[in-house]
Design a protein around this ligand. Structure first.
Ligand SMILES: O=C(O)C1=C[C@@H](OP(=O)(O)O)[C@@H](O)[C@H](O)C1
Ligand SMILES: C=C(OP(=O)(O)O)C(=O)O
Length: 455
């Protein structure tokens, strides 16, 4: 159904005139916003999401829930409330009003992993047929773990036999739930999907992961934390349970008032700008404690050549002007890989990025795309079985193709800071999670720059 948006235009990535020195306010987290929407929709009372991310992935989530009957109202804060920060900082808020979930409905997942994985369990609780469709790439992304688990928990689902989109969930108004085994080694989102809806299953759920290592564990912790914050009882391996087993007890969820944290993975290109230009970037509202994987950037980028400080102003990252390569296992924080690869391509020593074989099934095959695009600029990147080996080389300008992958586009912009003539194909694809990226980027570069320390 939905054709993915085509924006073939080339965006000339700006070269940094010197060391950046900027404060960049990053919009809300995709992962928190979409979990917040699902949990609020399943609650027994209305709730609020303040500073929600408004991007393609989150608007698709909101629209899908609306088509199943949930009320999601946009509220623009009064100017007085905005000044006082009463809405959590002056941004828009969403009021979510749960209602009886029903079909018939059609859900457009776009290419959002969170929408295609988190909503089938919600649809199984609805009354009526819910059809799921999306961008061509969504047909290729793994969904079998969710489909098979839901079938074994009592749902009726018609797909074309591949265990993938498009498909229809025939909701019966309730789902039995219970114990289920899944192999979630291709996406942690399978586990998150089952846990998020489980308080509403008659028997709750016991999810047992069987298979090779689970990626993106912080995202599962985010799911558990957010479930607990709306009153769900969750047992986890970390809380003394069995390894690889999560249990959710059935029960009503509370409506709550959630202020969405800035998206720390989307802070990555801006922090990378400080690193590669030997400058300084502050991200306001960086949380002191968070389950977001982007928090790991403090350690990873420090190891690559900088220092950071968390104060009441936010996180300030300061580059030294020297960028070192890194040997790092990114299995917990896979979505940071494109941005780290971009910095590694500009470093003064080789890097090995490991533990991210599952990135071949993300928005695009990220390992193949990064290898091809960096090498076409003169780089020396090879794919390994589970990651990338990057040997820095002097790079030159050229077209950087982005394969409708927001993180390929932001990675290209980072390289463009140091390499004249990089043209980013379809920079508008950043709208998946960061619609204002080009304006934020030029805004950052428009703030004071000091003579570059790099080189
Ligand atoms: O649950 C989430 O919000 C996410 C989980 C991760 O998915 P995978 O485990 O499929 O990598 C991550 O890469 C994605 O960007 C967001
Ligand atoms: C993998 C990602 O997204 P999705 O939620 O579509 O899986 C990502 O944002 O890097």
């Amino acid at each position: 159904m939905t054709e993915s948006p085509v924006h073939p235009a080339l965006w000339p990535a700006p070269v940094a005139a010197g060391a950046v020195d900027a404060t960049v306010t990053v919009p809300g987290s995709k992962s928190v916003t979409n979990r917040g929407l699902v949990l609020a929709a399943l609650s027994s009372e209305p709730g609020w999401l303040r500073r929600p991310l408004r991007s393609r992935d989150t608007l698709l989530m909101a629209e899908a829930l609306r088509t199943m009957g949930v009320g999601i109202e946009e509220t623009a804060p009064s100017s007085a409330a905005a000044t006082a920060g009463a809405d959590g900082g002056g941004g828009e808020a969403w009021r979510v009003i749960p209602a009886g979930l029903h079909g018939p409905a059609t859900v457009d997942v776009g290419n959002a992993g969170t929408v295609m994985r988190f909503l089938p369990p919600v649809a199984a609780l609805a009354d009526g047929a819910i059809r799921f469709d999306g961008d061509p790439r969504s047909y290729e992304r793994p969904l079998d773990g969710v489909i098979n688990a839901l079938r074994s928990l009592g749902a009726r689902i018609d797909d074309d036999g591949r265990g993938a989109l498009p498909m229809t969930v025939f909701g019966g108004g309730a789902l039995e739930g219970g114990a289920v085994e899944i192999d979630a080694s291709s996406s942690s989102q399978f586990v998150s999907a089952l846990l998020l809806s489980a308080p509403r299953f008659n028997q709750g759920v016991e999810v047992r992961h069987v298979g090779s290592a689970l990626p993106s564990m912080p995202h599962i912790r985010m799911t558990v934390d957010m479930l607990r914050s709306v009153g769900a009882q969750v047992d986890t391996p970390e809380s003394g349970g069995e390894p690889n087993v999560w249990r959710v007890t059935p029960g009503a969820l509370l409506g709550r008032d959630l202020i969405v944290e800035p998206d720390l993975s989307n802070a990555q290109p801006f922090l990378a700008a400080a690193l590669v230009t030997g400058g300084r970037v502050t991200i306001p509202d960086w949380p002191e404690r968070t389950t977001q994987p982007g928090d790991a950037l403090r350690e990873i980028f420090t190891a690559m050549g900088g220092s950071c400080e968390l104060t009441e102003r936010g996180l300030t990252f300061t580059g030294t002007g020297r960028v070192q390569g890194i040997d790092v296992d990114l299995s917990e924080v896979g979505e940071l890989t494109p941005g780290i690869a971009a910095v590694a391509a500009l470093a003064d020593s080789p890097s090995t990025l490991r533990g991210v074989a599952h990135l071949r099934l993300h928005e695009t095959d990220r390992l193949a795309a990064l290898t091809k695009e960096i090498n076409e600029l003169g780089g020396d990147v090879t794919e390994t079985e589970d990651g990338l080996h990057i040997r820095p080389r002097p790079l030159h300008g050229g077209i950087f193709h982005t394969y409708e992958d927001h993180r390929l586009a932001t990675a290209a912009a980072v390289i463009g800071l140091a390499v004249p003539g990089v043209q980013v194909e379809n920079v508008a694809t950043t709208a998946k999670t960061l619609p204002d990226f080009p304006a934020l980027w030029t805004g950052m570069l428009g703030e004071a720059t000091a003579p570059a320390r790099r080189g």
